[in-house]
Every structure is written in C-alpha cells, then in structure tokens.
Write a protein that binds this ligand. Structure first.
Ligand code: CTP
Ligand code: ZN
Length: 154
C-alpha cells in the first residue's frame, strides 16, 4: 500500500509530517513556510491517496511547526493533515483551520493596488471560506476579493 511505502521510505524520529497535501503543492508549501533552510526535508510527490486523487507529503526533521504556520497550508490544501513526531511516535494529529487573515505571503491580483506599487509593501488579506473547494481572499487595501490560487503566492 502507498501509505506503507511512504512510511518505510521516510520514517522520521522527530519533527513534523505534513500529509495528504493536494498534488503538486509540496514545493509551494515549502516556499511559503520558508522550510528550505531548516535542516533535512524529505518530499514525496504524487503518492496515491484516498482523500485526494494524488497526494504529496513533506517531512521536516527536528522542526515542530506552530499552528499559525501550519494553518497557512489550509489556504491551498485544506485536506492536509499535520503529524507531530517525537521519538518515532505520532504524538499529535493536528487538523488545519482556515486563518482569518494572511499577511505577506499573497500578492494582490489587482494591478492598480497600492501593494503592487511599493516594492516593500506588505500585503494583508481577509480570508473567507466559500465552500469545500473555494476560499476567497479580500485585499484590505483595495478590497478586491478573489479565489485563492497558488499563483497568488508572492
Ligand atoms: N510518520 C513518520 N515517521 C514516524 C511516524 C509517522 O514519518 N516515526 C508519518 C507516516 O509516514 C504518515 C504520517 O506520519 O505519513 C502519519 O503516521 P500514522 O499516523 O502512523 O499514519 P496513518 O495511520 O496513515 O495516519 P493518517 O491516516 O492520519 O494519515
Ligand atoms: Zn489589493
């Protein structure tokens, strides 16, 4: 079975496992959580899964991601699950909750928005869950509301 295979290939002693990520978003998630400089990371992409057609998985060794960090994943892949591993055991299974506001990581799709005219201008979006498949983000500067898509990542 695919889960058994993933388990065999990448079992970790300590750290965070982000499982059931909608393919092919693993690399985007590594980017938005700034995981690339955080030690050993194993990435599996396109595993078969029950929950989504194909899933990705990320295992970050010796790093315990905070709930604020992991909830950002809900923007792009609400089906993802977080497993905190200590001494080889899963000690916490964390479900994702949609954040109310998101700072910095998204760019506004409105070309005339002030946030697109100043290089170091931080963005801020209010997040609304529309339905199981769609989440909208509303820019607090220009008020434009659009569905969140991975292309909006800065
Ligand atoms: N895992 C790991 N290292 C460990 C223990 C678990 O990398 N020492 C990983 C597994 O590979 C799996 C995830 O953490 O991707 C969750 O592990 P587990 O709860 O054992 O798997 P499942 O029962 O399949 O959990 P779920 O159905 O919630 O995904
Ligand atoms: Zn805007």
């Amino acid at each position: 079975m695919s889960t058994e295979r993933a388990y065999k290939v990448f079992k970790i002693e300590n750290g965070t496992v982000i499982d059931h990520i909608k393919s092919p978003l693993a690399l985007k998630i590594i980017e938005i959580l700034h995981l690339q400089n955080n030690g050993i990371i194993s990435i599996g992409m396109n595993f078969d899964s029950d929950k989504t057609a194909k899933k990705d998985i990320i295992k970050v060794e010796n790093v315990y991601l905070s709930k604020t960090e992991t909830d950002l994943i809900a923007l792009f892949s609400p089906t993802a699950t977080i497993n905190i591993i200590k001494n080889g055991e899963v000690i916490e299974k964390r479900l994702l909750e949609m954040p109310d506001f998101v700072f910095s990581i998204l760019k506004c799709p409105n070309p005339t928005c002030i946030t697109n005219h100043f290089h170091d201008c931080d963005t801020k979006f209010e997040i609304f869950k529309v339905n199981e498949k769609t989440t909208n983000a509303r820019c607090v500067f220009c008020e434009r509301e659009t569905p969140v898509v991975p292309e909006m990542i800065k």
